[in-house]
Design a protein around this ligand. Structure first.
Ligand SMILES: Cc1cc2nc3c(=O)[nH]c(=O)nc-3n(C[C@H](O)[C@H](O)[C@H](O)COP(=O)(O)O)c2cc1C
Length: 340
């Protein structure tokens, strides 16, 4: 396969849903002479069987049209209970769980991995940089019947990208990510996906992003990528600033749709309401992931997902009913105590 390099063609502004722009050429600073060699890497052949299995699984489960992003300390089991009362169809991602946590807490797995069955469809996100632990963690998690396993290649937190050297730093090592994804796919029965940024520090050209996507998908059965459409800065700024300061570049996302027609891509970053999510889907996105807006404003965001995105009936619950269901256990214990 010969590459002449990739170019950006389109731009997406959810606020105004602008038409696609004309092609804009970027400097082709990565050359793809080595691309055909990548295909011949020995691991590739060894993984063919896994690829077939995973491709069959992918065909069965297309990527979610709408999902709530993984958010540490936010998308815990409690938030997901609330989210599921409001939307029956949104896919819910867990907080990132380090592979090591799963492995070292083997005796205590329910605490980290159990969830009420009504939270399906639900995706477990794991992070890590040790293939053995990633394999063991996936195998242990497989028993919990998540609907997809996602691998974190986007977290810029110094605790993760610094000392642990995983999260977004892994974008600089696509070969490792390809191996990790093969290991994950080999230890689960469900589809696998990668969540990444569009680049890291100065490694932010469109061609470098393509290099990452190409190598990971060539070396593993990964067919679904979630693209947080801004790069990460590893210069010590806080994770919160890393979700604000680097600009969103949706044109990278839309160019990936064009350049990798066999893969599925979910767009993420800066999408604040269902109208914006629908605008992205109309512009061709395979799926939309919403993070902060779904947490800060669950009623207004998730309350419209079932009808406006999935064309299904709404949950039928009023805001007050949702509130009372969420607080029901407290009311019960209150009344129990007041009866005493
Ligand atoms: C509090 C918080 C925690 C997050 N934790 C994770 C995480 O565990 N894994 C991950 O891939 N992304 C994490 N993210 C990033 C989000 O998944 C998402 O990519 C980002 O917020 C951009 O989407 P948004 O603009 O819709 O919020 C986190 C974001 C926030 C606000």
């Amino acid at each position: 396969m010969k590459f002449s390099g990739y170019t950006l063609i389109s731009s997406f502004t959810p606020f105004h849903c602008i038409p696609l722009k004309k092609p804009r050429r970027l400097p082709l600073d990565i050359n793809f002479k080595t691309a055909s060699k990548i295909r011949r890497l020995s691991t590739y052949n060894q993984k063919q069987q896994n690829h077939c299995k995973a491709e069959m699984v992918v065909a069965k489960y297309p990527p979610p049209l709408f999902s709530v992003a993984p958010m540490m300390e936010w998308t815990d089991v409690h938030y997901r209970t609330l989210a599921r009362l409001i939307s029956k169809h949104a896919w819910l991602y867990t907080e990132m769980l380090a592979a090591e946590t799963i492995v070292y807490q083997e005796a205590n797995l329910d605490r980290f991995l159990a969830f009420p069955p009504e939270q399906h469809p639900i995706v477990l996100q794991i992070g890590g940089n040790n293939l053995d632990n990633i394999a063991k963690a996936t195998k242990l998690a497989n028993a919990y019947n998540y609907d997809e396993i996602n691998f974190n290649c986007g977290c810029p937190s110094p605790r993760v990208a610094g000392h642990g050297c995983f999260g977004v730093r892994l974008m600089l090592d696509p070969k490792f990510v390809g191996e990790a994804m093969s290991v994950i796919a080999a230890n689960t029965d469900v589809p696998v996906s990668v969540k990444c940024r569009i680049g890291v520090d100065d490694h932010d050209s469109y061609n470098e992003l393509c290099d990452f996507i190409y190598k990971v998908s060539a070396l593993s059965p990964t067919r679904h990528f979630i693209i947080h459409s801004r790069k990460a800065l590893l210069n010590g700024i806080s994770p919160a600033d890393n979700r604000k300061i680097p600009p969103l570049k949706y044109e990278y996302y839309f160019a990936l749709l064009r350049d990798f027609p066999d893969l599925k891509f979910t767009i993420n970053g800066g999408i604040n309401c269902v109208d914006e999510a629908n605008a992205a889907l109309k512009a061709g996105a395979h799926g939309v992931m919403v993070g902060r807006a779904a947490y800060h404003n669950p009623w207004n965001v998730l309350g419209h997902v079932d009808t406006a995105i999935y064309g299904a009936p709404a949950s039928g619950l009023t805001r007050r009913q949702v509130q009372s269901l969420i607080f029901f256990p407290l009311h019960v214990s209150d009344s129990v105590y007041s009866d005493d």
